[in-house]
Write a protein that binds this ligand. Structure first.
Ligand SMILES: CC(C)(COP(=O)(O)OP(=O)(O)OC[C@H]1O[C@@H](n2cnc3c(N)ncnc32)[C@H](O)[C@@H]1OP(=O)(O)O)[C@@H](O)C(=O)NCCC(=O)NCCS
Length: 189
């Protein structure tokens, strides 16, 4: 089970959701992403620089899922969207083509969400994304995911995210992505 801090004694396999100093725990987080999403060592080195730069952007925040013995097994981070950010410049023409580019304003972007496979399907991913967006001042959230019927997309749909643009191509990414958006707070079951 996942738990929030202060919910009583922890069992060894409980996972606690709480704020994460991602810059300090970057290597643990990327190790989770590597096994959850499939990253090679070259890609990890590149992601490391990108994440550390993202964390300097205004409003960037991260939450982690941690076991009772302190192992990081999941994380999420994001920030208020800025149309000048690289991600926003790539998705903007696709959203504009669908009449959805207004979603780039007053929106909280989920940049990464990953849970270690050994800890998936216990509610940690759902708890991470609802926790970070509950703290957002923006009225909506956007994100991109690989354009396939993945567990991630199923989770996002169940939280109220809808497709805003499909077959979105990022430079150097071989697979097409979907951009999704949801009103905040995210839908509860
Ligand atoms: C996406 C991810 C973070 C979800 O984490 P998680 O802790 O397993 O998620 P939760 O247990 O909170 O929620 C699982 C939800 O995913 C969805 N889901 C899970 N397996 C699914 C499947 N095979 N098909 C469709 N939806 C599925 C369901 O909506 C499920 O919700 P439920 O509680 O109603 O069953 C995790 O699967 C992961 O790390 N995947 C690999 C990395 C990745 O794709 N990250 C996202 C990049 S955009």
């Amino acid at each position: 089970m996942f738990r929030f801090p202060g919910q009583g004694p922890l069992a060894p396999d409980d996972v606690v959701i709480g704020p994460l100093d991602l810059a300090t725990r970057i290597d643990e987080a990327l190790a989770v992403q590597a096994v959850a999403f499939g990253l090679g060592s070259d890609e990890i080195a590149v992601r490391r620089q990108i994440v550390l730069r993202h964390l300097t952007f205004p409003g960037a925040r991260a939450f982690g899922a941690t076991t009772a013995d302190g192992r990081l097994v999941g994380f999420v981070y994001g920030m208020p969207n800025d149309r000048a950010h690289w991600w926003s410049t790539v998705v903007e023409p696709y959203l504009r083509g669908q009449g959805h580019d207004g979603w780039l304003d007053d929106s909280f972007v989920i940049t990464e969400l990953h849970v270690h496979p050994d800890f998936q399907n216990r509610g940690a991913g759902r708890a991470l994304i609802t926790t970070i967006t509950d703290g957002a001042a923006e009225p909506r959230s956007i994100l991109s995911a690989i354009d396939t019927q993945s567990p991630a997309r199923g989770l996002y749909r169940s939280l109220g995210y809808e497709d805003l643009a499909v077959r979105v191509l990022f430079p150097s990414a071989p697979k097409p992505y979907v951009v999704m958006g949801a009103p905040l707070p995210l839908r509860r079951r």
